[in-house]
Design a binder for this molecule. Structure first.
Ligand SMILES: Cc1cc2nc3c(=O)[nH]c(=O)nc-3n(C[C@H](O)[C@H](O)[C@H](O)COP(=O)(O)OP(=O)(O)OC[C@H]3O[C@@H](n4cnc5c(N)ncnc54)[C@H](O)[C@@H]3O)c2cc1C
Length: 423
């Protein structure tokens, strides 16, 4: 993490000072969109980016393909962010839904296509095309983009603001903070915006890594490394065993624990449970436990030397089937000597296997940050700070996060747009 930025009254440096209507800090999805929208309203815009490359997270997203958004809409879309965050995002998402983001990006020269799980990607499969399209828009609207221009201090200057960067000062009538969260710090997101917001009286809710692989203790999980399972449900639970989130998406067993879309979606909950939560597997989500037992009893009637393992559903890889039988204590049982207790243990192992999970692999591996600028202190219709007029906050810097599936870019673009329309 870089040294925390200075905030409060900024230093008057000897470097040249630029004046503009709007200074946008951070050239990620939210900042690029805010800059474009402000410039389209005729505002003079300076876009300040810490790293040498703008839109770095867009470039690495979706394995370099960029899952830009989703085809979900309306209240179903809002619900993906949870009740409180979804309520805050309602105006942003309704005024700029996924269909509008799609139209915007396609008009900028990047056709999109729908893939599995309602995800939208560039037809070219190149995230780079999205960044280049956004940069072309910035260029065409005369956005003054400055790279390697980390904002190190932000303060009031009369009714406006002054921002100090290594490349000089910028005086602006309003400021849009789009500095992202703490995840993937090597991309430039090191939490600078939190300190700026705090200095203007904002509360920063506790932050946690989210959308990250899970570090799982029990050896049997790590021994299954390399296995991918489909058609399996996994759910997070808190310290009291309360079910938090359930996902039926691919799961990858790794040498550290669990990865893939489903476990990653649960990481934020696991982190919030602070070592007292865990996950539950249902390896046969389509069949109730009593129905499964009935099927087993019918299949075992009159049979003898066949191993119990042969009864497990074929969609489970052989190594996983063996591990589950081992956990249930029936690895060597045959159908003939299979006891009722053992059958019940295997049922529980298949339908409700609980595994304590203390943490995720952390911010270095987390696609987003949960927590951030308190939503109660930001006007949901404009993204303007309720503490400091003229200051706007958008994107992942806000206490907003969504699951895998294009929901995080959708929120970043939609909130960035509102900031740009009002700053
Ligand atoms: C590996 C990975 C894959 C992902 N895949 C997807 C996906 O497919 N779909 C999806 O919806 N989401 C995905 N995400 C999440 C998505 O990238 C983020 O939600 C989104 O980028 C947030 O946008 P943002 O503009 O708010 O922040 P960021 O993209 O983090 O941008 C913030 C910018 O601010 C700059 N900055 C920070 N501090 C300063 C400062 N002091 N001065 C100047 N500039 C500063 C940073 O350098 C950075 O460029 C992925 C994330 C990762 C890490």
């Amino acid at each position: 993490m870089t040294a925390p930025p200075k905030s409060g009254a900024a230093n008057a440096a000897s470097a040249p000072r630029t004046r503009c209507d709007v200074a946008v800090v951070g050239a990620g999805a939210a900042g690029l969109m805010a800059a474009i929208c402000a410039a389209e309203r005729g505002r003079s815009v300076v876009l300040l980016e810490k790293s040498p490359r703008p839109g770095l997270k867009i470039l690495i997203s979706g394995g370099g393909r960029c899952n830009l958004t989703t085809t979900r809409s309306g209240s179903d879309l809002e619900a993906q962010y949870g009740a409180r965050r979804g309520r805050f995002l309602r105006h942003a998402l309704r005024s700029f839904p996924p269909a509008a983001l799609r139209a915007f990006i396609e008009a900028a020269g990047v056709p999109l296509q729908e893939e599995d799980l309602e995800k939208l990607f560039p037809v070219s499969q190149r995230a780079r095309d999205v960044v280049e399209a956004l940069l072309r828009r910035c260029h065409d609207r005369n956005v003054d983009l400055r790279l390697e221009a980390a904002v190190v201090a932000l303060g009031r200057d009369g009714d406006g603001f002054v921002l100090s960067t290594a490349r000089g000062e910028v005086a602006a009538r309003s400021v849009v903070l789009a500095t992202g969260g703490l995840s993937y710090p090597k991309t430039g997101a090191t939490g600078d915006g939190y300190a700026f917001c705090r200095s203007f009286g904002h509360t920063i809710t506790r932050t946690f890594p989210a959308l990250a692989p899970l570090a799982v203790g029990p050896g049997w999980v790590r021994e299954l490394q390399g296995i991918v399972v489909h058609d399996v449900a996994i759910a997070s639970h808190d310290a009291n065993g309360k079910l938090l989130c359930i996902r039926q998406r691919p799961i990858l067993f790794t040498h550290k624990g669990l990865s893939g879309p489903a476990p990653m979606d649960l990481a934020g909950d696991i982190e919030e449970a602070e070592g007292r939560g865990g996950v539950r597997f249902d390896f046969v989500p389509g069949v109730a436990a009593d129905e499964l037992e009935r099927q087993w009893l019918a299949a075992t009637a009159g049979t003898g030397t066949q191993k119990v393992e042969g009864l497990l559903p074929p969609h489970l890889p052989a190594r996983l089937r063996a591990a589950l039988c081992g956990l249930a204590g029936c690895a060597t049982s045959t159908l003939a000597n299979w006891s009722r207790d053992s059958r019940r243990r295997l049922l529980t192992t298949l339908k409700d296997l609980r595994v304590p999970v203390a943490r995720s692999l952390g911010y270095d591996h987390a696609e987003v940050t949960r927590g951030g600028v308190d939503l109660q202190e930001v006007d949901a219709r404009t993204m303007q700070s309720k503490r400091t007029p003229g200051l706007y906050v958008c994107g992942e810097l806000l206490d907003v996060d969504g699951p895998i599936g294009g929901f995080n870019f959708q929120a970043a673009f939609a909130t960035g747009r509102l900031a740009g329309l009002h700053a």
